[in-house]
Design a protein around this ligand. Sequence first.
Ligand code: ZN
Length: 480
Amino acid sequence: MSQSQQADNSASLDQFRSELVDRIDLGMPHTIDRLANLVRIPSVSWDAFDREQVQRSAEFVREQLVQTGLFDEVEIHQYEDAAGRPGQPGVIAHRAPAPGAPTVLLYAHHDVQPPGDERKWDSPVYEPTIRGERLYGRGASDDKAGVMLHIAAIEALRDICEAHQQQLPIGISVFIEGEEENGSRSFGRFLDEHRDALGSDYIIVADSDNPSTETPGLTVALRGNVTFALTVRSLTGAWHSGMFGGVAPDAMLVLTRLLNSLWDENGSVAVPGLRSHSAPVPEYDEQQLANEIGAIGGQLIGVGPVRERTWYQPAITITGIDAPSVAESSNTLLPEVRVRVSARIAPGQPAGEAADALMDYLRAQVPWGAELEFDDLDVGEPFLVDTEAAGVAQMCSAMRDAWGAEPELTAIGGSIPFIAELVERFPDAQILVTGVEDPETRAHSPNESQHLGVLRKAIKAEALFLAGLVLGSDTAQQAE
Ligand SMILES: [Zn+2]
């Protein structure tokens, strides 16, 4: 390519991008309008709520996707979960790619959390209300803004391609789930039944948050989890503590000694088989966090940067105990005690490996020959993006252009179970977890809201990312 051709090409690319961004600005009132209409549908997916409303919101989403005119098919599907319970309706749209063009799957969910205490809301839960730069209402952000983000981004892309008399070459699938807030129980069925339509080169999951309204975030890691019930049995009977206290290794003594071995003197996990992940983290003030969580002594446990502790190190908590209550206690040596052990495991460590490491460690540490029994094991795989993958750089570049700010690679200490299912079913896809939330969003709480400036920037970032796929070969040439 000659230098002048190269200059022409990059000028037209820049023009394409700036037209795309202008188109999104122009479309914002319509986007917000449709988001408001979606918020008016109380699509709570929990079992005790009206399923008809979830169906209504699925139909609304389907209609929006049909109206884009981009899809070969747009359908509402519903499946039973593994236990035979009926799932909630999800919407799937699919458009085949031109030969050789990349494919992308856009995910969000149209169901919402229950309102909680309605008296704590400053405006009606399902009556979208704009105050300042924010739109208030249940689901205004989580995740109905995610739904509208995808729709607005592809509409803008469609229009600019049309304006340039260019076919939209990329394959696009959209999956708008209807029961994310109820445990994504039939999610796996959707992936199995629509494997061909949903399998894609890139999967954009718009259901996470941004570090602030000025800084975009790309979520690149999630901790996994391992939980189980642990029973400690040390005596065959419940003997009198006056007769045998001082010689009998009672189960509570065994348990406290055993549990104490799980942490070191700083409160960090001391189980050698539980790994940590290593990646840079943003600063977070230790004292501020201690205040935020109301740590009575003003102190935190663990060592290393705060974010490293909550994102990339393992953690172990005892979340329940079966033992006599204080009111019912007597002078008896306990023969048996049962606890629930709940561990968060670092991104990068397979959950099964972590579970084995933890149980082996407990077996090796148990004092006085007591018996241990493990049951009710539940594991969730962690998630770790290969940050060297091309998709991450492309999304970061799109975010930088859309937000005018450097994106942060962030992580979440909790898990998003369905992401593990996506990784398992589509191991070759690049999964990009983006979102429309910010620290003031209050998802799941009263006064949930969407910052409209963030929504606008998030739509632009996704549209620019998709434009990069459309113009892919040109971009590559330009970069030479
Ligand atoms: Zn969500």
